[in-house]
Design a protein around this ligand. Structure first.
Ligand code: ADP
Length: 624
C-alpha cells in the first residue's frame, strides 16, 4: 500500500508536536491512556445492549521494551477498523476548531497544546515512529497504521483479541531533551499516578519488586501491578480530598490550564440520589459561542460511565458547567435512547439546575469579585438564556443578570439598580452602544447623569433585545435614554417644552421639510445639556437594534429617527434668526442632521458633500 500524506492541518500540528517548545512532553501518556479509556467506555456501552457480547476483562496494559526503545499501550476497547484508522488518525479530529495561523507564536503553540490537549498526535512529541495495531469489535481482520510523521501507511496485521495497541518508538536523547527516562518503569508509574489516576479501568504494568523469602533473603522479580487507584475523585469523602486535588482533576480532565473558578462537590440523598462534582470554569472556552462547543458533563451510574455531553441533566443556559454526575439509581440496562425520556433525568436536571443557580447566587452575594469574573466569561450566556424560548426561563435567571452602570462603571444587578433609584424616578434607564467609552460620548447621557440618575450601559448585542422579553423588573419599565419616549423633567418643564415646540413650529416644520424622509420628526428636546443636537428613535425599534438587525442580514429594517435640537444652545438661536431673516436653512439642516448621524455612530450618505459644506462654512467664517 502506498504511503499517504497527512492532510495539511494535521501535518502542521504534527510539526508543532515534534518541534514544540512546549516542554511538558509528559502529557503524551495521558492522551493515549485517555483514548484507550474512551475506547473501553464505547465497548462497555455496546455490551449493555448487545446480548451476544462476549465476556472481557476491561483493562489497559503498558509494556516497556527498553532494548528496542518501545512503549506499548494496549487496551481491549472497541478497536478500529481500516476506515476508522484512516479517518481517525489520518486527519486531526479537531481540525478547524482552531485557527491555523501562518505564524503561530511560541505562546500560541503552548496554548493550543495546553488548552485543547492534542490527543493521539502528542505521541510524536516523544516518538519518531508510531504504530497502531487494532482489531475492531465483531470484526475478523486486524490492521496496522504506521507513521514516521512524514506520511502514514495502513497494512494488514495480526491481533487475536478485540482492541488496540499503540506502539511508540521512543526518540533518542537530543541535546535539548532527554527521552530515555520514558523507558523506565518508575517514570511511567509516576506519570500514570500523576495524570491518569482516576481512569476507571485498571492500568497494568510489570514492575520490579522484591520477593522476600522466609529465610530473610530477597530477590528482584517482575510482577504485574495496577498503577492507578481507579477511585474517582467524586466518590471520595470530602475530608480525604486534599487541597489542589479538585484543581488537578479539573485541569487534567478538561485540558484547562486555568484553575476553575468554583468547585461544587455535593451529594443528594432521596428519590434520585446522586453525587456531583461540578466546576465553573474561570475562562470562557475559545469556541464557547460556536457550534463546536460541546457540553462537558458526564453521567455515570454507580461509577460506571453512561454518557458524555449529558444535555438531559442540565439546562442549556448553564452549559458552561463541567463535571460529572454519578447517580445511584439509574438502571444500567436502559439504552441511551430510553435514558433521554426517563423522568429520572428530569428530576436530576431540576436538582442540578437548582444547585448551580444557588451557587451562582451565593457568589453574587458573598463573593462579588468571583461573580464578576464569572459574569465577564459567561454573563452573555445567562442573558441568552433569559431571551430564548420567548422568555420562558426569565424568572429563573433575571436576578443573576448584571449590567455595567454609570455608577462607578461597575456591574449592578437589577435589584441593586432599583435600590439606587431616585424617589421621583419612574423607569430603569439604559443606553445602548458598542462599548462604554462610546456610550459615554453620547450627548443624551450628560443631562440624565447630571440630574443624578443611574444609567445602565447596554454593550452586549443581546441587551436591548432582552428588554423586549423582560418588559419590566418589579414594576419598573426599561427606558432607553436614546428613544423619544424618555419621560424626563417635571410636569411644568414638560409643559414649557411643549409650548416651545408650538412656538417654533414653523422653524421645525421647515427643517423637517428640508430633511424629508430622512427623519421621522424634528423636535426641541429637554434631554440635551451642552450639545446642540442628537438623534433618537421613537419607542419602537432603536437605532442600535437597527444596526444589529441590518448587520445580521435581515431584510432592511429602519428605526424611526427623530432629530432633537437643544433649545438652550446657541445654534438654535442662530436657526431662529435665519428663519426670521428668511435665509436658506438647507445646508444648516443637513449639517445638523449629519452631525447627529455621526454622533449616533451611523454613516452619512454623502461624506464628500458633508465635507464641502463644512469647508464652505470655514471659509465664510474666516472672511466674516
Ligand atoms: P480525540 O481523542 O480527542 O478524539 P485523538 O487524536 O486522540 O482525538 O484520537 C482520534 C480518534 O482516534 C479518537 O476519537 C478515536 O475515535 C480514535 N482512537 C484513538 N485511540 C484509540 C483507541 N485506543 N481505541 C479506539 N479508538 C481510538
Amino acid at each position: 500500500m502506498a504511503i499517504k500524506q497527512f492532510k495539511t492541518e494535521s501535518k502542521r500540528l504534527l510539526d508543532m508536536m515534534a518541534n514544540s517548545i512546549y516542554t511538558n512532553t509528559d502529557i503524551f501518556l495521558r492522551e493515549i491512556i485517555s483514548n484507550a479509556s474512551d475506547a473501553l467506555d464505547k465497548r462497555h456501552i455496546i455490551s449493555l445492549t448487545d446480548t451476544a457480547s462476549e465476556d472481557y476483562d476491561p483493562m489497559i496494559r503498558i509494556t516497556i521494551d527498553k532494548k528496542n526503545r518501545l512503549i506499548t499501550i494496549s487496551d481491549n476497547g472497541v478497536g478500529m477498523d481500516k476506515k476508522e484508522l484512516e479517518d481517525n488518525l489520518g486527519t486531526i479530529a479537531r481540525s478547524g476548531s482552531f485557527d491555523f495561523k501562518q505564524d503561530l507564536s511560541a505562546q500560541d503553540e503552548a496554548d493550543i497544546i495546553g488548552q485543547f490537549g492534542v490527543g493521539f498526535y502528542s505521541s510524536f512529541m516523544v516518538s519518531d515512529n508510531v504504530e497502531v495495531v487494532s482489531k475492531k469489535l465483531n470484526e475478523n481482520k486486524a490492521y496496522k497504521w504506521v507513521s514516521d510523521m512524514n506520511g502514514y501507511e495502513i497494512l494488514p496485521a495480526e491481533r487475536n483479541e478485540t482492541g488496540t495497541d499503540v506502539i511508540l518508538h521512543i526518540k533518542k536523547n537530543s541535546k535539548e531533551k532527554k527521552y530515555d527516562p520514558y523507558l523506565e518503569t518508575s517514570k511511567i508509574q509516576e506519570l500514570v499516578r500523576k495524570y491518569s489516576d482516576f481512569i476507571r479501568y485498571p492500568i497494568r504494568m510489570e514492575v520490579e519488586t522484591y520477593d522476600y523469602k522466609e529465610d530473610g533473603t530477597s530477590s528482584k522479580v517482575l510482577k504485574e501491578e495496577t498503577l492507578n487507584s481507579m477511585q474517582p475523585l467524586w466518590k471520595k469523602n470530602k475530608k480525604e480530598i486534599k487541597d489542589g486535588d479538585y484543581d488537578d482533576f479539573y485541569m487534567q480532565e478538561y485540558y484547562d490550564y486555568h484553575k476553575p473558578l468554583k468547585v461544587i462537590h455535593y451529594k443528594v440523598e432521596g428519590n434520585t440520589s446522586y453525587t456531583a462534582l461540578l466546576y465553573i470554569p474561570s475562562e470562557r472556552p475559545f469556541n464557547y459561542y460556536s457550534g463546536d462547543y460541546k457540553l462537558n458533563l458526564k453521567l455515570y451510574s454507580r461509577g460506571v460511565f453512561i454518557k458524555d455531553e449529558a444535555k438531559e441533566i442540565v439546562s442549556d443556559y448553564f452549559r458552561f458547567i463541567r463535571g460529572v454526575v454519578d447517580s445511584d439509581d439509574l438502571s444500567l440496562n436502559i439504552s441511551r435512547e430510553i435514558l433521554q425520556q426517563d423522568h429520572q433525568m428530569n428530576t436530576l436536571k431540576k436538582s442540578i439546575d437548582k444547585k448551580i443557580k444557588s451557587t451562582l447566587e451565593a457568589m453574587r452575594d458573598k463573593d462579588r469579585e468571583d461573580y464578576e469574573k464569572f459574569f465577564d466569561a459567561f454573563g452573555a450566556q445567562l442573558k441568552y438564556g433569559c431571551y430564548e424560548d420567548f422568555g420562558r426561563n426569565k424568572d429563573v435567571l433575571v436576578d443573576l443578570l448584571m449590567f455595567k452602570s454609570s455608577k462607578e462603571d461597575r456591574y449592578v444587578t437589577l435589584k441593586e439598580y432599583l435600590s439606587h433609584m431616585k424617589e421621583d424616578q419612574k423607569d430603569i434607564y439604559y443606553a445602548s452602544g458598542e462599548d462604554i467609552a462610546k456610550i459615554k460620548t453620547l450627548p443624551q447621557l450628560e443631562k440624565v447623569l447630571d440630574d443624578g440618575y443611574e444609567v445602565l450601559y447596554f454593550t452586549d448585542t443581546i441587551d436591548e433585545f432582552l428588554t423586549s422579553i423582560l418588559r419590566e423588573y418589579e414594576g419598573k419599565q426599561f427606558r432607553s435614554i436614546l428613544k423619544s419616549d424618555l419621560d424626563l423633567g417635571s410636569e411644568k418643564e414638560k409643559e414649557e417644552l411643549n409650548k416651545l415646540n408650538e412656538e417654533n413650529k414653523e422653524l421645525l416644520d421647515k427643517l423637517k421639510e428640508i430633511l424629508k424622509e430622512k427623519v421621522f420628526d424634528v423636535r426641541l428636546s429637554n434631554r440635551l445639556k451642552s450639545h446642540p443636537v442628537c438623534l433618537v428613535s421613537d419607542e419602537n425599534l432603536s437605532i442600535d437594534m437597527e444596526k444589529v438587525l441590518n448587520s445580521l442580514d435581515q431584510k432592511h429594517v429602519k428605526a424611526n429617527k427623530i432629530m432633537e435640537i437643544n433649545p438652550e444652545h446657541e445654534i438654535f438661536k442662530t436657526l431662529q434668526d435665519m428663519m426670521k431673516k428668511k435665509e436658506d436653512l438647507s445646508s444648516y439642516a443637513d449639517l445638523l442632521y449629519e452631525q447627529s448621524l455621526l454622533i449616533a455612530g451611523l454613516p452619512i450618505d454623502d461624506p464628500v458633500a458633508y465635507s464641502q459644506k463644512i469647508v464652505e462654512l470655514m471659509i465664510r467664517n474666516n472672511r466674516s
